[in-house]
Design a protein around this ligand. Structure first.
Ligand SMILES: [Cu+2]
Length: 300
């Protein structure tokens, strides 16, 4: 009997201890999005060029942009120098008796062949990039992105019921660490190292889903789905904006992406499913700035 009571006591102790461990794990559960805070890819004042590429596609876009730019700079420079040379050497003071030459076979061949070669070396990498961008096959997951006046809605096609809205944080509610006019209440969370497809559409007017560091830029068109994809190589926070004039608060619908390792992403899904499913109902309109109210006031 004593032995049985002893065993029961031990079992009870074990249960209590297990309960404590479980509670401690819940209370101190690590933030699944913490990895995204280690690197922030946000625009800076007076920034030139594209932001640092966060996906292979953007790296290629960046490369092609500079490749074509330098070819263009060479052409503009060469033509500029040639024009200055002609202005000086053949103006009416320096060259009183103009030539009556109208044809020169060599020059005509050169000015046909050289631009043809230039176009050929531009079209190769351009076509290759267009094909690469268009290949959205075999993604790990697809997110339906819907633009609304003036917020984004994200629907995770592979996670039942996970559909939530993402609003800009108004200026007067910014917390430390948040970026004015870029941070949102519920960011789009994606795993790193996986191909992510976007089905982009709109619930009202034309919007633009633009992620400059990830190589994504597509119109969001009502009644139509545009597709794009990305693959984020490094955990971090990436920003984008609606870049299609979509109404009075067009500037108040930024895109914030938290890219985290797969294990963190899977952990976040559980948290999101518990908390975000109610959030599909749009909250009150943002409080700052609301020029629409000014118009309403003025028309009273
Ligand atoms: Cu918009």
């Amino acid at each position: 009997m004593k032995r049985r009571i002893g065993w029961l006591f031990c079992a009870a102790l074990l249960l209590v201890a297990a309960g404590h461990v479980a509670l401690a794990q819940t209370a101190g559960a690590p933030d699944p999005l913490a990895a995204a805070d280690t690197y922030v890819n946000a625009p800076k004042p007076w920034q030139m060029w594209f932001p640092k590429a966060g996906s292979p596609m953007q790296a290629q876009i960046d490369w092609l942009m500079k490749y074509v730019l330098w070819i263009m700079a060479g052409v503009v420079g060469f033509v500029g120098v040639l024009m200055v040379y002609v202005f000086i050497k053949f103006n009416h003071k320096a060259n009183k008796v103009p030539s009556h030459l109208t044809h020169n076979t060599l020059i005509e061949v050169v000015w046909l062949v050289v631009p043809t070669i230039l176009l050929a070396i531009i079209i190769g990498p351009s076509l290759s990039l267009i094909w690469y961008e268009g290949d959205d096959s075999n993604p790990y997951m697809t997110v339906t992105v819907t633009g609304h006046q003036w917020y984004w809605e994200y629907n995770y096609q592979s996670v039942a019921g996970l559909d939530y809205t993402s609003y800009m944080i108004p200026d007067d509610q910014l917390q430390p660490g948040q970026i004015r006019r870029l941070s949102v209440d519920h960011p789009l969370v994606l795993p790193v190292g996986e191909k992510i497809k976007f089905d982009i559409t709109s619930g009202d007017v034309l919007h633009g889903f633009y992620l400059p560091s990830l190589g994504v830029q597509k119109y969001a068109i009502p009644g139509s789905i545009q597709t794009s994809w990305t693959l984020i190589t490094k955990p971090g926070t990436y920003y984008g904006e609606c870049n299609q004039i979509c109404g009075i608060n067009h500037d108040a619908m930024p895109i914030e992406i938290k890219a985290v390792p797969m294990a963190d992403y899977l952990a976040w899904i559980k948290v999101a499913q518990a908390n975000y499913t109610e959030n599909a109902v749009p909250p009150d309109p943002i409080s700052s700035p609301r020029p629409i109210d000014q118009f309403a006031e003025a028309s009273k």
